[in-house]
Ligand binder design. Structure first.
Ligand code: DSN
Length: 413
């Protein structure tokens, strides 16, 4: 950070402080991961300079000779990795990608059916606080109160009643596999388009460890920085017949120029995702999440849906008498970073909520396995159950630090 230290020592210090924070704490945020250093390098490269409205070979600015090659590389690698008919690598984020999909084939006011946010869905799936709900008429399905899993009969019943133009599968806090075949069947029954948002799952799908939604969907969106371990930004995969509509909806529909440095990072992670090390991190990610869920259940925690099939574990803390917010705060002071999360049937206030969400991606990328995961759960339990005892929380923090030192953040895949 030679130039930054010179231009802005305050910011340079914040970068170094953040690096230190990441090294000395355990990251259990399901929507984050440790990216390889090469991803950070390409995101900070001279490609940041280039403005590229349009698509390769059809730009509105000159000087795109190298930018076109970067975008074509991302397109070729992404299509091949995910076995997709068509790809658009320009969305700035997962929400931008979803917006572009909606606007590609829907008219404002059209009906859309998606998962309710407190039951696992995402803001951009028509939550009342999101612009998506102002543009389209969303209805929501929920998880079954007994199993805490998607109830496909309920989805079918609502779909036949509402007759949506689009059905959305996908979630930001749902620890189970989604039956995309069943969802696509329901979409066909009511002549709806079918979108799967696999933002959280892309790395696991790329490594072929969980079923891919792509063969069953008209559209699939994802982000590159969660299990995918890449840089920031979103991606849309779709059937060839929707390609032109998607391109128009992204640019000029929803965005101006995309960021070539981020498109380059997408091209890079699509290459790295084929490496053995990437696949083995993804395998560990799934194994570690299962170990987390099992160890927590042994300690009497209520794990939503009774387990996990992906990188997430969702805990309802109601029976332990603590809120998600107090658990999040106490764990942060002990060096364990995760987020409070609303859970199905949550009766707590929106600020406090009743749950926390754990993700196993970042600790798996650091090389941690069963012994370390069991230790993390011990430490979490110790801190959460002794929130008011400062000495206990400090002891947990010391043990977290020791674990972090034994498993430094990996710089490569
Ligand atoms: N969708 C949000 C989450 O899952 O935390 C951020 O990506």
């Amino acid at each position: 950070m030679l130039y930054l230290s010179n231009d802005d020592p305050d910011l340079a210090k914040l970068v170094s402080d953040e690096e230190n924070r990441l090294e000395t704490t355990l990251n259990l945020i399901a929507a984050e991961n440790h990216s390889p250093q090469s991803i950070l390098e390409i995101m900070g490269s001279v490609f940041n300079t280039k403005t590229i409205e349009g698509y390769p070979g059809k730009r509105f600015h000159s000087g795109c000779i190298h930018a076109d090659k970067v975008e074509n590389l991302a397109i070729t690698r992404g299509k091949s990795l995910f076995k997709a008919e068509y790809i658009n690598v320009q969305p700035h984020s997962g929400t931008s990608a979803n917006l572009a999909v909606y606007f590609s084939v829907l008219k404002t006011g059209d009906r859309v059916l998606s998962m309710s946010l407190p039951h696992g869905g995402h803001l951009s799936h028509g939550h009342k606080a999101s612009i998506t709900s102002k543009c389209f008429d969303f209805s929501h399905y929920k998880v079954n109160p007994e199993t805490e899993m998607i109830d496909y009969d309920q989805v079918r019943e609502i779909a036949h009643f509402v007759k949506p133009r689009m059905i959305v599968a996908g979630a930001s806090s749902y620890p189970r596999l989604i039956d995309y075949e069943k969802m696509s069947q329901i979409a066909r029954e009511v002549s709806a388009f079918f979108l799967a948002d696999m933002a959280h799952l892309a790395g696991l799908v790329a490594a072929k460890l969980i079923p891919s939604p792509i063969p069953h969907c008209d559209f699939v969106t994802f982000t590159c920085y969660k299990t995918m371990m890449g840089g920031r930004g979103g991606v849309i995969l779709c059937k060839e017949i929707f390609g032109k509509k998607i391109d128009k909806a992204v640019f000029p529909g929803c965005q101006g120029t995309s960021a070539v440095n981020l498109i380059a990072a997408k091209a890079l992670i699509f290459k790295l995702a084929r490496e053995e090390k990437f696949v083995s991190i993804q395998k560990k990610t799934i194994q570690n999440a299962r170990i987390m869920a099992g160890a927590l259940m042994e300690k009497g925690y209520h794990i939503i849906s009774g387990g996990t099939d992906n990188h997430q574990v969702l805990i309802d803390l109601t029976s332990k008498g603590i809120s998600g917010k107090s658990a999040e705060d106490c764990l942060e002071s002990a060096g364990i970073i995760l987020n409070r999360n609303v859970v199905p049937q949550d009766e707590n206030t929106p600020g406090k909520v009743s749950g926390i969400r754990l993700g196993s991606g970042a600790v798996s990328a650091r090389g941690m396995g069963e012994p370390q995961i069991r230790k993390i759960i011990e430490l979490m339990d110790m801190a959460m159950m002794n929130q008011t005892k400062k000495a206990v929380v400090k002891e947990v923090k010391n043990r977290v630090l020791k674990l972090c030192r034994e498993f430094p953040v990996n710089k490569s895949v």
